[in-house]
Ligand binder design. Structure first.
Ligand code: FAD
Ligand code: NAI
Length: 469
């Protein structure tokens, strides 16, 4: 009889966990995956990437019809919102994709253990009433919404909500306040702004989208302001009280000062996410989390406990689905004795607003800091206004920026604001993975007319020689 029930047990079936499980099974390992939710796919498929994109995509069409973009192209329409139907297509997308993972589990012979897993020892977990043993265990328990002290979220009342509640609002709020000018605040704030809400975004820092390139942060705020989102920067929310269907927020300057109040029909709390490690029984295996509640890992995704590994949102690094997926593949390969590697320096980030905002590698500020001298960094920038396809499509906003090391010309980072920036950034990722110079991109033939020509032109601009500007 085998020493363990399984070669590998994965805890959590989000993009980190389900991908790890499938790759482990592909590599011939007997694999099980424990998931506490009713459906597979984790945050991403159930209440994250997919439902948010369903609402963003649908509301983009509504906005194009309502704001005159369609009329500008000779299509006169008077859109009427059917919000129930819009939610219906969101739920269809979630249902289809989560069932798709169930199908992939069956196809690859991954056993789904239904319930929340708790460690008994480093090779044993309890899932509900069942005890499961495995030679190797991967923690892929993801993350949950960070709470704001003094603010109680109750998604069922639709007044003070987190991202899950903001995806499901049964009617368009008249006045919505978004706490946090990060990715969730801007994506979901955009959805409801497009559908008719009056949206104010309150950000603690002096600019939105922390972690992104400085130019991109400034320019995107200008674009969102033009779209009607109001920003209150350097401001903190100190409390929210609810009376019936109305919320009253108390705000203060971040640096301290006089408080003011603001009323809203809906408040979205989107100030970040924190790793899910409570209830996992980490004490039973002597595994401690760091100050941010994350599980520390080495280059191979090993924790400090033998045969226990971790990937995705519960470990340090960007909290992104594609990062979790790549880590899931790599950890399974390492467990199988192969060499699984993720290059964390080349992970794209995309904000799926209109236009999209995307970047990979270093920001200008990080590049200058790393090189220690502004003169050691060269930047080429090309406006989407000068890109023939964007201009023809009535999508003039944004730019592409290529950041290169001056001496070697090696690309250090690429940033873009463009209608399809999320798709455009993939070529920058490949270029950087292969150690490309800006000249390599500039001399690569790009199809015409495409938005991607702006990447080529920005690369040409690094040498000061763009053609169409
Ligand atoms: P998760 O997806 O969080 O999955 C972890 C799973 O583990 C969960 O299903 C949970 O139920 C389960 N679990 C936890 N504890 C246990 C336990 N003890 N036993 C059993 N199961 C357990 N990222 C992008 O890249 N692109 C996007 O467009 C994007 N949009 C997003 C939009 C929103 C509104 C949100 C909230 C997030 C978004 N993200 C996006 C982030 C993305 O969802 C996460 O980075 C990603 O889901 C992380 O994957 P994961 O596998 O680490 O964890
Ligand atoms: P975030 O970290 O992106 O942004 C949070 C924002 O809130 C920051 O700008 C921060 O300065 C601000 N903030 C913090 N405390 C505040 C306070 N008290 N008052 C006002 N502002 C405050 O977090 P967010 O938007 O909640 O998203 C969580 C994570 O989910 C992201 O980090 C991202 O990894 C992931 N995500 C990714 C998406 C994508 O890839 N398109 C989409 C949505 C989420």
């Amino acid at each position: 009889m085998a020493e363990y029930d399984y070669d590998v047990l994965i805890i959590g079936a989000g993009p980190g966990g389900y991908v790890a499980a499938i790759r482990a099974a592909q590599l011939g390992l007997k694999t099980a995956c424990a998931e506490g939710r009713e459906t597979l796919g984790g945050t991403c498929l159930n209440v994250g990437c997919i439902p948010s994109k369903a609402m963003l995509h649908a509301s983009e069409y509504f906005d194009a019809a309502a704001n005159g973009t369609m009329a500008d192209m000779g299509i006169d329409v008077a859109p009427k919102l059917n919000l129930d139907k819009m939610h219906g297509q969101r739920l269809d997308a979630v249902d289809g994709l989560t069932k798709g993972i169930e199908f992939l589990f069956k196809k690859n012979k991954v056993d789904w253990k239904k319930g929340y897993a708790t460690f008994q020892d480093a090779h044993t977990v309890k899932v509900g009433d069942e005890t499961v043993t495995a030679k190797d265990i991967v923690i892929a328990t993801g993350s949950s919404v960070t709470q704001l002290p003094g603010v109680e979220v109750d998604n069922s009342k639709h007044v003070v909500v987190d991202s899950t509640g903001a995806l499901e609002l049964p009617k368009v709020p008249k006045k919505m306040v978004v706490i946090g000018g990060g990715v969730i605040g801007l994506e979901l704030g955009s959805v409801w702004n497009r559908l008719g809400a009056d949206v104010t975004c309150i950000e603690f820092l002096d600019e939105i989208l922390p972690g992104m390139d400085g130019d991109v942060r400034k320019e995107s705020r200008k674009i969102f302001s033009k779209q009607g989102i109001e920003f209150k920067l350097s401001t903190k929310v100190t409390g929210v009280s609810v009376k019936g269907k109305k919320a009253t927020l108390t705000l203060e300057p971040a640096a301290g000062g006089d408080a003011e109040t603001m009323e809203a029909d809906c408040v979205l709390v989107s100030i970040g996410r924190r790793p899910n490690t409570d209830g996992l029984g980490l004490d039973a295996i002597g595994l401690e989390t760091n100050q941010r509640g994350q599980i520390e890992i080495d280059h191979d995704f090993r924790t400090s406990v033998d045969n226990v590994w971790a990937v995705g949102d519960c470990v340090p690094g960007l909290m992104l689905a594609h990062k979790a997926e790549d880590e899931g593949i790599a950890v399974a390969e390492n467990i199988a004795g192969e060499t699984g590697i993720v290059n964390h320096d080349v992970i794209p980030s995309v904000v799926y607003t209109w236009p999209e905002i995307a970047g990979v590698g270093l920001t200008t500020e990080q590049a200058i800091e790393k090189m220690g001298d502004k003169a050691k960094v060269k930047v080429g920038k090309f406006p989407m206004m000068a890109n023939s396809r964007a201009k023809t499509n009535h999508e003039p906003d944004g730019f592409v920026k290529v950041i290169a090391e001056a001496e070697s010309d090696r690309v250090l980072g690429v940033w873009a604001i463009a209608s399809v920036a999320g798709t455009m950034i993939a070529e920058a990722g490949i270029a950087m993975e292969f150690g490309a110079t800006s000249e390599d991109i500039a001399y690569t033939c790009h199809a015409h007319p495409t938005h991607s020509e702006a990447v080529k032109e920005a690369a040409m601009a690094v040498q000061g020689k763009p053609i169409h500007m």
